[in-house]
Design a protein around this ligand. Structure first.
Ligand SMILES: [Zn+2]
Ligand SMILES: [Zn+2]
Length: 392
């Protein structure tokens, strides 16, 4: 198969990127390698998009639809602890989220599709996006820089390596596929004083205790089967001495929900509980929410096209249609808000060879043969979409 022929090329690219990882918005070397590779493939190449993003446009022999493939290219601020020859050469920076693989796969796919240029009706955009792993992410600035326009992208496919799934399996969920998230900081303001004079104080420690116990007894009852909800406190700060009631206590935490509507509902409920509690004690409360990436929504019609394409490559029995939402996010969700898309998971779990470390772990690694599956499925999905896609 065409992807198999590019195995060595993709492996070399992946190892080179792996040894020279770059953090979000600093992917200069990575972007240069991508641009140089695309320029050899007879396509229009635009570098420096929203900083370090790169976009290639391949025009087929006839007008038709435009479809995009997207990869993220950034590494993480952590040590690489793998005892391998291609381990990171940059202290404190490592490709532990597999974005080196995503980049190599997309360059492999670009190579294949460019060789099929004269059979392709329509155009294909190759979007290499910086800074997925660092908020606010590189997807929004790329969209603002116009990567979905001229020509207008009508569908987008992306993938992520995932060690939850066995090597060579492909998995995706139709509809909402990841949680939307928010972090919060809640300050409960009372009036401090001597512990021996309880009538003169408004106790923020009691307010905090009440908010914690009320939220944790009410929120679990809001969980619907198949719609995950995570509400957790991450820090509690207040007070300085055993005989002084402090003026205020600050709680921080995270909320993750299976849909944006659910996230809004839980945020509102948390606000109500905090305000009513503060009121009850005679204090006040101040809440800040910081929104993370929105939920990824996978287009049901495109999922059908992807499923057929993936089945043609790895066999139907290795294609999983998930019925649960994953609690990890990705800023590909911003692309999907503009254009129907599919974000799918390429399984890499291989216990025998020790490839079972989760993403963001210092030992994360995988059997590079999966690069072939990744490229082959993306290529097939694009070809099938341009032939059979129903979106206008
Ligand atoms: Zn990551
Ligand atoms: Zn990632």
């Amino acid at each position: 198969m065409e992807a198999q022929k590019r195995f060595k090329m993709m492996q070399d690219l992946r190892r080179d990127l792996h040894m020279h990882p770059e953090l979000g918005m600093q992917e200069h070397r990575t972007a240069d390698i991508i641009a140089r590779h695309l320029e050899k493939l007879d396509m229009e190449v635009r570098g420096g998009v929203a900083g370090t993003g790169v976009v290639g446009l391949l025009k087929g022999h006839n007008n038709g639809k435009t479809v995009a493939l997207r990869a993220d290219i950034d590494a993480l601020p952590m040590e690489d602890k793998k005892p391998v020859s291609y381990a990171s050469s940059i202290p404190g920076v490592a490709h532990s989220c597999g974005h080196d693989a995503h980049t190599a796969i997309l360059l492999g796919a670009a190579d294949i599709l460019s060789s099929l240029k004269h059979e392709i009706e329509g155009s294909i955009k190759f979007i290499f996006q910086p800074s997925e792993d660092t908020l606010p992410g590189g997807a929004l600035p790329m969209i603002e820089a116009g990567v979905l326009e001229k020509p207008t992208v009508e569908a987008i496919f992306s993938l992520h390596l995932n060690s939850h799934f066995q090597e060579g399996f492909a998995a995706a969920k139709s509809g909402y596929a990841s949680t939307s998230s928010s972090t919060f900081s809640l300050t409960l303001q009372g009036r401090g004083g001597h512990v021996a004079m309880p009538r003169q104080v408004v106790d923020p420690i009691m307010m905090a205790g009440t908010v914690i116990s009320v939220t944790q007894s009410i929120l679990p009852k809001k969980i619907d089967p198949g719609d995950p909800l995570i509400f957790a406190y991450g820090s509690v700060h207040g007070g300085s001495a055993p005989n002084i009631i402090p003026d205020k206590v600050t709680l921080t935490g995270s909320i993750r929900a299976g849909s944006p509507e659910k996230l809004d509902e839980i945020i509102q409920l948390f606000k109500d509980i905090s305000e009513k509690t503060a009121d009850l004690y005679g204090g006040e409360c101040f809440i800040d929410f910081t929104r993370g990436y929105p939920s990824i929504y996978n287009d049901p019609e495109l999922i059908e096209i992807w499923k057929k394409a993936a089945s043609a490559v790895v066999g139907e029995e290795r294609v999983l249609l998930l019925n649960h939402v994953l609690t990890t996010g990705d800023d590909v969700s911003y692309f999907h808000k503009k254009v129907p898309g599919v974000y799918w998971h390429l399984g890499i779990r291989n216990e025998k060879r020790g490839y079972n470390h989760p993403l963001h772990s210092p030992n994360f690694d995988f059997n590079e043969e999966v690069l072939v599956y990744g490229a082959a499925i993306q290529v097939q999905a694009v070809i099938d979409y341009l032939k059979f896609g129903t979106h206008k």
